[in-house]
Ligand binder design. Structure first.
Ligand SMILES: Cc1cc2nc3c(=O)[nH]c(=O)nc-3n(C[C@H](O)[C@H](O)[C@H](O)COP(=O)(O)O)c2cc1C
Length: 303
């Protein structure tokens, strides 16, 4: 039986449905190439803003045994102009999606317009960074703001726009609905889950920012439920992200309704070879279960 791992996501052709999640490996052309060589079908950059940001004080990352990763980076990034200098003229073998953030619809749109110079295949709007008070969290928790951001970016650029949702809201379907009404081309779910840890010896919070976002295996069931609900309610393509560490996790996301999946913290435990490992497992699963292409798996876990 012939097997086709290629997918088309909002018009973007990818050799396979595995993507690098935003932020895990920073912003740097050589890292993008490394991840592409390891088997990723597409790459999302770390979130880029209008101006440079240093991020939060250390410690910014804490590993919770077996469960996940707690981080409060504070969106450190060199700012869009520096990114333009570093990326101009660079060529990549996989589609590169630029993740952007801002404190207002205008700021999102300005960053996107500047990045058009790099011929991005798409933008991913980080609406949801849970630990930067003055940017993402405000936007991603307010359906009206989400509508305005998506609407303005969509009318400013001529490439697909994805909205990346935060799970830190009361009703995620209301937020997704605002993005869909504004014409979003796809939904990425989910960003990290608000969390913290306390050092019992020092009797102090472990992160410099006190609290941060949890990623990794602990959040996978939360992400699966959200992808499942999004699939039941909307027609736009969904990209699943949260806790993918092996091929079984990936398959679970497809069955829940994801067209593609992103891998983030899993790289910490398994290295960039995780892309090849998940792809091999996915191929085997598809052959053994009679799936000829990824599309046939999407949503197959729904009754
Ligand atoms: C260290 C770190 C940095 C991150 N930076 C970003 C970021 O810049 N923009 C963004 O949208 N998500 C960011 N995320 C969230 C991830 O892209 C992803 O949504 C989340 O970690 C869940 O996936 P995972 O469990 O596979 O890591 C970051 C996550 C981590 C752990």
């Amino acid at each position: 039986m012939s097997l086709n791992l290629e997918i088309e996501l909002a018009g973007i052709r990818m050799d396979n449905p595995l993507m690098l999640a935003s932020g895990i490996l920073g912003i740097c052309p050589s890292l993008i190439r490394r991840v592409a060589a390891a088997g990723a079908g597409a790459v999302v950059t770390k979130s880029i803003g209008l101006n440079a940001r240093e991020g939060f004080p250390n410690p910014t990352v804490h590993i919770i045994k077996y469960y996940g990763l707690l981080n409060a980076m504070g969106l450190p990034n060199p700012g869009v102009d520096e990114v333009l200098k570093e990326f101009e003229g660079q060529k990549f073998s996989v589609p590169v999606i630029y993740s952007i953030y801002g404190s207002s619809p205008e700021e999102y749109s300005n960053v996107a317009k500047k990045l058009l110079k790099l011929n991005p295949v798409a933008f991913e709007l980080n609406l949801s960074c849970p630990h930067v008070r003055e940017v993402g969290s405000m936007v991603g928790q307010d359906p009206e703001m989400v509508y305005k951001v998506v609407n303005l970016v969509k009318s400013s650029v001529n490439v697909p726009v994805f909205a990346k949702l935060s799970p830190n809201v009361t009703d995620i379907l209301e937020i997704a609905s605002a993005a869909v009404k504004a014409g979003v081309d796809g939904i990425v779910a989910i960003n990290t889950v608000k969390a913290m840890a306390i050092d019992v010896d020092l009797r102090k919070p472990l992160l410099g920012n006190i609290y941060g976002g949890l990623s990794g295996p602990a959040i996978k069931p939360i992400a699966i439920k959200i992808v499942y609900d999004l699939f039941e309610n909307f027609k736009v393509p969904i990209v699943g992200v949260g806790g993918v560490c092996d091929w079984r996790d990936a398959v679970e996301f497809f069955l829940a309704g994801a067209w593609a999946i992103q891998i983030g913290s899993g790289i910490l435990w398994r290295g960039v070879n995780i892309f090849g490992e998940v792809l091999n497992g996915l191929r085997r699963y598809m052959l053994e279960n009679g799936f000829k292409c990824v599309e046939e798996m999407v949503g197959a876990g729904h009754r």
